[in-house]
Design a protein around this ligand. Structure first.
Ligand code: SAM
Length: 235
C-alpha cells in the first residue's frame, strides 16, 4: 500500500484540518491531500472533487494505490456543484487562484453553517479569498505562511459566524498573517506589499486610474502600519 508524502504547501493545509473531520477536497488533482488525511487518521472520510476527468482519474489511481476506496469517493464536479450537501464538514480548496476559490464558494449557500470549516490555499489573489470570507460572514480563524518550490504561500482557515465585521483597508491583503512571527509569513507579506507598491507606482507614473491610485495608497499605508516587516521596496 502506497504511503503518501505531502510537500510543505499541502502539509500546511493538512495541519489545519480537525481530527475526525469529513473532508471535501475541491480541485484535488492527484488526490494526495485527501489520501494523506485519511491515511493519517485525521479525516475519517473524504470526497475528492475535480472539474476535469484526467486529474480526477489521477485521484482515482492514488485512492486505489492507497487502498482507500471505501473511505474516499472521487466526484467529477465543477466546484461544489455535484457535491452532496451535508456530506462533509471541512472544505479544502488548494492550488487554485483566489478569484476561482471565491467564485466556487459564492455559488453555494449551504456552506454557511457554523460546523463547516473552509481551508483555502490560493496560489494568487489571496485577497479575493479573504474578501469573500469577510463579506459573507465567515471569520478568519487562522492563517499560516509556507514555502514550497521556490514560492511563499498562505493558507487560510475560516468558519462561518454570520457576522459581517468591519476591517481595516489593507486587511484583505495581510489578513491574520500579520500576527505571525515566522519567516514564511513575513516573507509572504513582504512579497504582497512589494506587489502593491509596484502596482501603485505603475499607475502613478502613467497618471492612470486616480481612484485606484488613491485606494492603493491607503491600503499600503494601512499595510505598513499593521505589519512589522522591516525594509521593503520604496514607493
Ligand atoms: C494546480 S491543481 C491543485 C491540486 C491540489 N489541490 C494541490 O493543491 O496540489 C488545480 C486543480 O483544480 C482543478 N479545478 C480547476 N477549476 C476547478 C473547478 N471549478 N472545480 C473543481 N476543480 C477545479 C483543476 O482541474 C486542477 O486539477
Amino acid at each position: 500500500m502506497t504511503s503518501i508524502k505531502l510537500d510543505s504547501r499541502l502539509m500546511t493545509a493538512a495541519s489545519m484540518v480537525r481530527k475526525g473531520s469529513s473532508v471535501i477536497d475541491i480541485g484535488t488533482d492527484h488526490g494526495y491531500l485527501p489520501c494523506w488525511l485519511v491515511q493519517n487518521k485525521i479525516a475519517k472520510k473524504a470526497i475528492a472533487g475535480d472539474v476535469r476527468p484526467m486529474p480526477l482519474q489521477s485521484a482515482v489511481n492514488t485512492i486505489k494505490l492507497c487502498g482507500l476506496e471505501d473511505k474516499i469517493s472521487a466526484v467529477l464536479s465543477d466546484g461544489l456543484e455535484n457535491i452532496p450537501e451535508n456530506d462533509g464538514d471541512t472544505i479544502i480548496l488548494a492550488g487554485m487562484g483566489g478569484i476561482l476559490i471565491s467564485d466556487i464558494l459564492s455559488k453555494k449557500q449551504w456552506i454557511k453553517k457554523d460546523n463547516i470549516e473552509i481551508i483555502a490555499q490560493p496560489m494568487t489573489h489571496c485577497e479575493k479569498a479573504r474578501e469573500y470570507f469577510i463579506e459573507n460572514g465567515f471569520e478568519i480563524k487562522e492563517e499560516k505562511g509556507c514555502f514550497s518550490q521556490g514560492h511563499y504561500y498562505c493558507v487560510i482557515r475560516a468558519v462561518y459566524s454570520g457576522k459581517v465585521q468591519i476591517y481595516e483597508k489593507g486587511y484583505i491583503y495581510y489578513g491574520k498573517l500579520k500576527d505571525n512571527e515566522d519567516e514564511f509569513s513575513k516573507e509572504y507579506l513582504k512579497g504582497q506589499l512589494n506587489r502593491l507598491k509596484k502596482r501603485y507606482n505603475a499607475l502613478k507614473e502613467n497618471s492612470l486610474e486616480l481612484k485606484e491610485c488613491e485606494y492603493l495608497s491607503e491600503v499600503i499605508k494601512d499595510f505598513e502600519r499593521n505589519t512589522n516587516l522591516g525594509v521593503t521596496a520604496k514607493m
